[in-house]
Design a protein around this ligand. Structure first.
Ligand SMILES: Cc1cc2nc3c(=O)[nH]c(=O)nc-3n(C[C@H](O)[C@H](O)[C@H](O)COP(=O)(O)O)c2cc1C
Length: 295
């Protein structure tokens, strides 16, 4: 298997931490948050220091001081018109803060997932392999997160003939509906050395994408192993999970858990955390360590 990768622990968080600290400091004061609220909900575009002071019931120098802090962190901009200076809220900076905050939350969740794996299995890395197909990258993102949490190997399956945006929805959908397998690379996937398999695919026409059906047939040394399967979709998984389970059963693989994920689940990370939990539960623990746990 050539397409095997290892965990890269860097999330890029280290670069934004100093900036996040400044942002949190700027937003940590109730009066400044009220100024943010007033500016963000203002429809006139003509709020000045005196208006803000009046609405907040504090002195003008006090407002100026708070505005200075918010300006220094990029949340507030000002414009001069004659003798007047008007203040506005910078929405782009808030969007940037949200991105930074999401990155921080994601890193914390990754850490929690790793901790869950380590606590339950008493191993930092699981001897597991994620075999997946991804056309637009969503399933690959899930596979990457599983690798980050479990330290397992990844095998990304590619179709020999790549689909275009047009052929995916014409030929691809038709092949999926008819249960036709796509030729793939690698054409043999040796999983004999793994304790657990994780199989992931996008849903195409309410079924597993054709490439993963081929991947199930291409598994070598899978008999008697346990698997967790997941499908990514836009809310209509149809029969994809039961079909994938049935295909694996014909290869002697027992499916311990099956999870369906949408993009929203990925953003909220709720169902995805459940997937990591299912993987951990399905992982066969060595004898004397509580035995094997079933999902
Ligand atoms: C050809 C094609 C057919 C699809 N059919 C379905 C479907 O039946 N139900 C559904 O919920 N989503 C469907 N989708 C959406 C994908 O399943 C979803 O966006 C998935 O997360 C994409 O995963 P990927 O980025 O790993 O390819 C389809 C997408 C494509 C390209």
């Amino acid at each position: 298997m050539d397409d095997v990768n290892r965990c890269d622990p860097c999330t890029g968080l280290c670069e934004i931490v100093p900036e996040l600290a400044g942002i949190f400091k700027a937003l940590s004061d109730p009066t400044r948050l009220r100024i943010v609220h007033l500016l963000a909900t203002d429809t006139t575009g003509t709020l000045g220091v005196s208006d803000l002071a009046e609405q907040l019931g504090i002195s003008q120098p006090g407002v100026s001081q708070h505005l200075k802090t918010l300006k220094s962190e990029g949340f507030v901009t000002s414009r001069r018109e004659g003798f007047h200076v008007y203040f506005s809220f910078n929405r782009e900076r808030l969007a940037q803060f949200q991105d930074y905050f999401d990155l921080m939350c994601g890193a914390v969740m990754d850490r929690c997932d790793r901790e869950l794996v380590r606590k339950t299995t008493q191993q930092a890395a699981l001897n597991a392999c994620v075999v997946f197909y991804s056309y637009t990258g969503v399933t690959r993102e899930v596979a990457d997160r599983i690798r980050n949490a479990c330290g397992c190997d990844l095998v990304e399956v590619k179709t020999v003939t790549e689909y275009s945006a047009f052929t995916a929805y014409t030929t691809g959908v038709l092949r999926s509906r008819r249960g036709i397998c796509d030729p793939i690379l690698p054409d043999v996937i040796d999983v004999s050395r793994y304790d657990l398999l994780v199989i992931g695919t996008p849903v195409w026409a309410w079924k597993p994408a054709p490439a993963i059906s081929t991947a199930v047939r291409a598994l070598k040394g899978c008999e008697g192993k346990r698997a967790v399967v997941f499908v990514t979709n836009r809310g209509q998984p149809g029969e994809a999970l039961p079909l994938l389970e049935a295909a694996l059963a014909t290869r002697g693989v027992e499916v311990a858990a099956a999870v369906s994920l949408t993009k929203e689940d990925l953003a909220a990370r709720t169902a995805e955390n459940d997937l990591i939990e299912q993987i951990v539960k399905a992982y066969p623990l060595p004898a004397g360590n509580g035995g094997s746990v079933r999902a």
